[in-house]
Every structure is written in structure tokens, then in C-alpha cells.
Design a protein around this ligand. Structure first.
Ligand code: PLP
Length: 224
């Protein structure tokens, strides 16, 4: 194993060890090559996140399905069929039409998809996700779809140099999560709160995240 793969393995082990019990680590694999992801798997990663359907497909063909695959990037309608075949969890559900498409393709494939609803907690014009005030409505409607199980919420939140500044956005997402946790809806169980990346995951965990998505912190800086 070369130096680079050893560094990845060390980062994975160090972060896995430091995470509190009950927090799931998703390795964010965009822009990485299969050998890098393989090194992370061998070091104990069980969940891989990818932003892009086509690249994830190549990676899965290369590595096999020996992990739980999360779609963490925005999903376009024309990629839904393939995404449904490839992923175990879609973390970026943010509209009713997209949800209907996922449900329809899952029905055809005989599959039930675990999904998270993505919230645009910073209300940023250039980000995807539902606006915070729309999340309850969307979750309510999703409970009618038989091939989707809503398992929680996801947010990116604005990126700051100082991750302390992300805290209020994590808190707002947590509040929505708590609110929806006590609503009794079919096909909805609020169990996963996905927030926090390399520079913000410790704060996200303090604010209730039980799934963190880390790329740079495991694999190093991205080349592009
Ligand atoms: C890239 C990415 C991450 C990981 O970001 P890092 O800063 O590299 O840890 C997490 N979540 C999503 C949705 C991403 O696109």
C-alpha cells in the first residue's frame, strides 16, 4: 500500500474512533478514484456518499456493493431511474415531482427507497433543498408514497470559514427534525439527521447530527 492509501486508512480510523456512538460516517467520494475509496472501505468505512449518479455507477461497478451507498448530490429527473438502481439511500429529496418519480421507478423495480428530505437551511439561492417552511408539507405528502420511506432530514448549510457560524442552521434543521419526529405519519420515521462536513461535523454532532458526510477529512484536499 502506498503512502497515500495509508494516509486515507489512518484518517478513517482516527475519525471513526473519535465519533460518538450512534453517529454514522459517510465517506463523501466525489472526485476520488476507486482505489482511494477501496482504501477507505478496507479501513472500516461502511457508508459511501456520492454526488453524481454516473460516477457512482462506475465506482460501484469497480468496487462492488460492499457498502451502503448514499446519493448526496442533487438528483435530476432524468437520472432517477439509474439512481434508484444504484443507491440505498437518497439524501437529497427536495420536491414533490422528484419524489413521485423516485416512487414510480421504485415501484417498477420492486424496491422501497430510504430517503432524507434536504433542507436549504441557509435559504441560499444557489443551493438545492426545500425551504425550511416547506419541509413539513413535503414530508406530509411523502407519507402517501408507498415505495419511499422518509427516514430523516439532511442539510448542507452555508459554508463558513468558521464553522461556529453554521451552528444556527444546524439548530434550525434539528428543530424541524424534532417537530416531525412527534408527528405520526405512515412511511415516515425520523431517525437520521444528516449534517456536517469536514470542517463542521463536530459542531453538527453537538447540534444533534447522527450522520456526518466527510470527504476532505478522509481523503485529503480535492485535486480540482
Ligand atoms: C463534498 C460533500 C461533502 C463533504 O465535504 P468535505 O468538505 O470534503 O468534507 C458532504 N456533503 C455533500 C453534500 C458534499 O457534496
Amino acid at each position: 500500500m502506498d503512502q497515500r492509501m495509508m494516509e486515507i486508512a489512518e484518517s478513517v480510523e482516527r475519525i471513526l474512533e473519535a465519533l460518538p456512538p450512534g453517529v454514522t460516517l459517510v465517506a463523501a467520494a466525489k472526485g476520488r478514484n476507486p482505489a482511494e475509496v477501496e482504501a477507505a472501505l478496507q479501513a472500516g468505512i461502511a457508508h459511501i456518499g456520492h454526488n453524481y449518479v454516473q460516477e457512482a455507477q462506475k465506482m460501484i461497478q469497480f468496487l462492488g456493493r460492499k457498502a451502503t451507498w448514499h446519493l448526496i448530490g442533487h438528483l435530476q429527473q432524468n437520472k432517477v431511474r439509474r439512481a434508484v438502481q444504484l443507491f440505498d439511500v437518497i439524501e437529497t429529496v427536495d420536491s414533490w415531482p422528484l419524489s413521485v418519480a423516485i416512487d414510480r421507478h421504485c415501484a417498477a423495480a420492486g424496491k422501497v427507497m430510504s430517503v432524507l428530505v434536504e433542507i436549504n437551511s441557509g435559504r441560499e439561492a444557489n443551493k438545492t433543498g426545500v425551504m425550511p417552511e416547506e419541509v413539513d408539507d413535503l414530508v406530509q405528502r411523502l407519507s402517501d408514497l408507498k415505495h419511499i420511506r422518509v427516514q430523516g432530514l439532511m442539510t448542507m448549510g452555508p459554508r463558513f470559514g468558521d464553522p461556529e457560524e453554521a451552528r444556527p442552521f444546524f439548530q434550525a434543521t434539528r428543530a424541524a427534525f424534532e417537530r416531525l419526529s412527534v408527528v405520526d405519519l405512515p412511511n415516515v420515521t425520523m431517525r437520521t439527521l444528516s449534517m456536517g462536513m469536514s470542517n463542521s461535523y463536530l459542531i453538527a454532532i453537538e447540534e444533534g447530527a447522527n450522520l456526518v458526510r466527510i470527504g476532505t477529512g478522509l481523503f485529503g484536499g480535492r485535486p480540482n
